[in-house]
Design a protein around this ligand. Structure first.
Ligand code: PGA
Length: 242
């Protein structure tokens, strides 16, 4: 596991963007796993900037987002599909048909998660997954629990996770859906390369537990310790307890 600390969140985002751009240049048909949240916004900004400058071609890439709220449609303001359209998909030349996000409004969620897993398999698996980390240690929406789901599944969100997403729902955490669909932990860990981006002092405690503490499903991000190819990209604030 390589941990690299940068002076600011912006520098960390630029470093993560450079890594994505390097992999994309080497392998134009890259299969990427992508996160939502506040952390990746500057990373997506850097990728969009690179695309506008002719340094990033997404025309052959495929992306799979980590998660989506149940009951929130692709056009809804609070959906992660909308987040991705705003911050990345509409701003680069990634074909819409290869920009995959779980459908939180699918009538049969079991069929939806099975479809998603099949799509990832058909794409040849994830080459590179970019992750954020929840303050409770979640990866995607794999919340801390006595056991975790290996493959994509439906999950009940914890109140702290709903609070962290309140901004997407008029600042009201009670408006944040109680359920979500998430890529499974084994699907995430089957990526050939993993990059975890963490910025800000609010991540310092959980980052230290995840990277230095015991491997436990109570801190899902601690399972990254078992992955052979992980880079941790952090700013100084998030690295405070390492
Ligand atoms: P954040 O979310 O980037 O908004 O802190 C990270 C996460 O919950 O994975």
């Amino acid at each position: 596991m390589h941990i690299t600390t940068y002076a600011t969140a912006e520098r960390a985002a630029q470093a993560a963007a450079r890594l994505v751009l390097t992999r994309l240049a080497a392998q134009p048909a890259l299969v990427l796993g992508l996160p939502t949240g506040n952390t990746p916004i500057p990373l997506y900004r850097a990728l969009v900037r690179a695309h506008r400058q002719g340094r990033a071609d997404f025309s052959r890439a495929t992306t799979f987002n980590l998660d989506e709220f149940v009951g929130v449609g692709r056009g809804d303001a609070g959906s992660y599909r909308t987040f991705m359209t705003t911050h990345l998909f509409a701003q680069v030349n990634l074909p819409t048909r290869r920009a995959h996000v779980l459908d939180g409004c699918a009538p049969d969620w079991r069929a939806e998660v099975a479809r998603y897993e099949a799509l990832i398999t058909r794409a040849g698996g994830l080459d590179l997954v970019i992750l954020g980390i929840g303050r409770n240690g979640h990866l995607g929406f794999n919340e801390p629990a006595p056991t975790l789901h290996a493959r994509s599944h439906r999950v009940t969100l914890r109140p702290d996770t709903r609070r962290a997403n309140a901004a997407l729902f008029d600042g009201r955490w009670r408006n944040v859906p109680t359920q979500a669909l998430s890529m499974g932990i084994a699907t995430i860990l089957s990526a050939r390369e993993v990059v975890l981006v963490a910025t800000g002092a609010s991540k310092a405690r959980i980052l230290a537990r995840a990277l230095l503490g015991p491997v436990t499903t109570r801190v899902p991000a601690s399972l990254l310790q078992a992955h052979p190819n992980v880079s941790i990209v952090v700013d100084r604030d998030a690295a405070g307890n390492l």
